[in-house]
Ligand binder design. Structure first.
Ligand code: DX5
Ligand code: ZN
Length: 218
């Protein structure tokens, strides 16, 4: 499977969001990554519903929503009905994650679980046969521009081994401080999706088209 390159839109230049989305579309990114936060599950607020709606109507490419919120089950229908293609939620924030996964699928959206750095594979393994994506957090969720947490590498290799041994078909995506070097390394660990923020895409001197082309060649 070719790499899924997912620009983390909380890192975009909001003074010209229309131009940002047009440039990212022309750079042929795969999935727009929208970080939604409630200030409780994480100590930050990320993007708003209007930001999601604006990006949704500005592109025909896939748009995901990364819910860093308590009780995510309360917000599935809203983002599904607003056009999310993938909804990631943190099972650590949900009493009944299997029910939430079912609800996401019932609404015609692909379900993904987002996993905090300190959460073990064993803890969420029962969910692996019913999700389409696993978003492995490689920073503590809530902020862009943080340092990559090297200890998460062991979890990624363990998850990839379990995916193979159990014959699961979810896609492994990583989120947080993903640099081009990290992409090259993690591609060898079975990672197929990469959320790209300030470490690999935004705030650089080169065009999105040039950088995406380079990242695809890694
Ligand atoms: C952090 C978000 C990430 C973040 C990635 O909670 O989930 O999407 O914006 O940005 P960088 O790549 O700068 O860590
Ligand atoms: Zn995210």
């Amino acid at each position: 499977m070719s790499k899924l390159l997912c620009p983390s839109m909380m890192c975009a230049d909001f003074s010209s969001l229309e131009a940002e989305v047009a440039a990212l579309d022309q750079a042929h990114v795969d999935i727009y990554h929208i970080d939604i936060m409630d200030g409780k599950f994480v100590p930050n607020f990320g993007m708003g519903l209007q930001d999601f709606e604006y990006i949704r109507k500005s592109t025909n490419k896939k748009v995901d929503v990364h819910l860093m919120v308590e009780n995510p089950a309360n917000h599935i229908d809203l983002f599904a009905e607003k056009g999310a293609d993938i909804i990631y939620f943190h099972p650590e924030a949900d009493i009944h994650p299997a029910r939430t996964i079912d609800r996401i699928r019932e609404k015609g959206v692909k379900p993904g679980i987002a996993i905090n750095p300190g959460t073990s594979v064993a803890w969420f393994a029962p969910l692996l046969s019913i999700v389409d994506y696993v978003l492995v957090m490689t920073v503590n969720p809530g902020f862009a521009g943080q340092k990559y947490l090297e200890f998460v590498n062991d979890k990624i290799t363990e998850l990839d081994a379990l995916k193979t041994s159990a014959g699961h078909d979810f896609t492994i995506v990583v989120d947080g401080a993903i640099s081009p070097e990290k992409m090259a390394q993690l591609s060898k660990f079975g990672v197929e999706g990469f959320v790209l923020g300030t470490s690999a895409l935004f705030g650089k001197s080169r065009s999105y088209k040039e950088m995406i082309k380079k990242l695809r060649s890694l």
